[in-house]
Ligand binder design. Sequence first.
Ligand SMILES: *Cc1c(COP(=O)(O)O)cnc(C)c1O
Length: 355
Amino acid sequence: MGALIPLRADLGLGDGYHSAQVDVDVRLNTNESPYPPPQGWRDDLRDLISSVPFHRYPDRSARALREALAELHDVRPDQVFVANGSNEVLQALLLAYGGPGRTAATFEPTYALHSHIAHVTATHVVEGERRDDFTLDLDAVASLLAEHRPEITFLCSPNNPTGRAEPEDAVRAVIEAAPGLVVVDEAYAQFASWSALSCVSDEAPVVVVRTFSKTWSMAAARLGYLVAPASVVEGLERVILPYHLDAVKQAAGRLALRYRAEMEARVKTLVDERRRLAAALAGLPVETWPSEANFILFRPRDRGGDEVWQALVDRSVLVRNCSSWPRLGGCLRVTVGTPEENDAFLHALSEVLSS
Ligand SMILES: *Cc1c(COP(=O)(O)O)cnc(C)c1O
């Protein structure tokens, strides 16, 4: 018998990426939709499940789902790659185009999973810095890209956890300056006014990553995709496991796209609520940043982030505690919920900040 061997040394002591799962009434910590998908989708899915040939492997290339996504975005199915959540899409990108001897660039603070999955795939990470207001400093971006020549450059727009969307000219400038693939994570795209999808073509090294977890109200389904040059999609098929996407999930995604108008109505409601939340936060002793997503980052002016986070939990309101994250000292992030949830949050926060 061998011995229990130590973990790969390069994985270090990181404890991964987890949000506290605390039992509270108002959960505004993981940027999910507060609204479930439409009942019609549920009924369609139930009918479809009753006819799935469960004894057979699913369609390995997820053809019908990719065709439906291609139609949605006016691209070809061979430019679409689908996986179990956009995190698996990101992992496949890093497995195929990152790895030992290769470099990925991020601009911090941004989505922690970009650098985390890069580390797990043994991709070297270089971290650029955003300005204090969390916008990109394009001169600093250009010199970082020129110095490190990363194979993969990550952008996130709107950016989690800051909420800002990158302006079109900034994204185009990064694409111009990057020596390799530019991956734009658009998990919150439908909340914003511009998408980098218009930059994707077979000739440009640009990849746009999307998810069903947020605007489509399907976080439980674990479904994400990207739109990219066909050659990149071929590359990803080399690293993904055979039959990685089960038949039910393929159907769930395809059927969801029939309820696009309902998705857009939910997005509109949440954008209205985001504006209301932002206006209310402006009247409280907190610093905030403009958001084009379904969440708002804020920093209590005279109170510690940990203390305010705990006081909110004590009032059964859970937000994301970012206060110990690099560059985000004292910050909390609140997801836009239903009007009632947002009221409960605002009520609890003003109570905490005035006590
Ligand atoms: C929530 C989120 C995702 C979603 O990941 P899934 O694996 O699709 O649930 C991806 N990127 C960003 C920036 C996110 O905030």
